[in-house]
Write a protein that binds this ligand. Structure first.
Ligand SMILES: [Fe+2]
Length: 289
């Protein structure tokens, strides 16, 4: 039966809504918005979304806006637990380099620059881990003076932004690799932690009977002039939740062994006794096109 002249067909609504973005000043923006409309309309049609469910979705977004601050972004968390952040990582990653992974909410642009070979432990609790490796190009050549931006949580599982007892610069730093692309620092073993559950995303995870934990990880951003910057994480093997990361950040190539180390020079430098624990990992950057 043909549609009543007083009622648009559902497909005409979609066509018209996509067309409404066709003349955007930024053509890429218009293209992306048109695709977003296309797929959101398909979702509404396929799910036969009710008005009550649509209103519930709006209430969710409103609650996310109310709890979002400069320090805590519920929309970013929503993107993470929906796997969108990881999908953006996957589709935007240039081939050949170290896998990227989610940035997470606790990165601080203002981390202090520390010397290569620094000790971040500063007398705090936690199993000492010597983290070291190289920054290489896709041909395994070292990238001299690449920059490492590093951060992690403390032995209580909290980041400084969650724990006023910690110095804001605790267990984070920027450092510059040497001419051979080598870096090293002393830190502690990171711990699994839960994503924030006091907002609408937490309610969504609870209603979905979903895990709220992330496995233990180190956060690292690696950059060098002329290369595509890498935002990634290293996951100590055997950590709880490594097979069930609530933000889908684990990649097989980012799982690292925490192994005993007998290097007495390193032990003396950091005041450790052998054997101590080490993580060795080489990052690989892809040249900018
Ligand atoms: Fe994290």
């Amino acid at each position: 039966m043909p549609a009543s002249p007083n009622h648009l067909s559902d497909s005409q609504v979609t066509v018209d809504a996509i067309e409404s973005f066709a003349h955007a000043t930024d053509p890429r923006m218009g293209h992306v918005m048109g695709l977003l409309v296309k797929h959101l309309h398909a979702f509404v049609a396929e799910s036969h979304l009710t008005k009550a469910e649509w209103l519930k979705g709006l209430e969710f977004l409103t609650a996310a806006a109310k709890i979002t601050t400069d320090e805590r972004n519920e929309f970013s968390l929503f993107s993470d637990v929906m796997g969108i952040s990881s999908m953006v990582d996957v589709v935007s990653q240039p081939p050949g380099g170290t896998p990227s992974s989610v940035l997470g909410p606790f990165h601080n642009h203002d981390s202090n620059v520390r010397a290569n070979g620094c000790d971040l432990t500063d007398g705090q609790a936690g199993e000492r881990v010597w983290l070291h490796g190289r920054v290489l190009d896709v041909h395994q050549n070292p990238i001299a003076h690449a920059q490492i931006d590093f951060w992690q949580n403390a032995d209580n599982g909290l980041y400084p932004a969650q724990d006023s007892a910690q110095d804001p610069q605790n267990l984070r730093c920027k450092l510059v690799c040497d001419e051979k692309g080598e870096f090293n620092l002393l830190t502690i073993r990171p711990h699994p932690y839960t994503v924030p559950t006091d907002g609408p995303v937490g309610a969504l995870l609870a209603a979905s009977n979903r895990n709220i934990w992330r496995p233990a990880h180190y956060h690292v951003i690696v950059s060098a002039p002329g290369y595509v910057g890498l935002v990634t994480e290293l996951f100590p093997a055997g950590s709880d939740y490594i097979d069930n990361d609530t933000v889908f950040g684990v990649r097989p190539g980012l799982i690292v062994d925490v192994k005993p180390c007998q290097d007495s020079e390193v032990a003396n430098r950091f005041g450790l006794t052998t054997p101590f624990k080490q993580v060795a990992f080489d990052f690989c950057l892809v040249k900018q096109a």
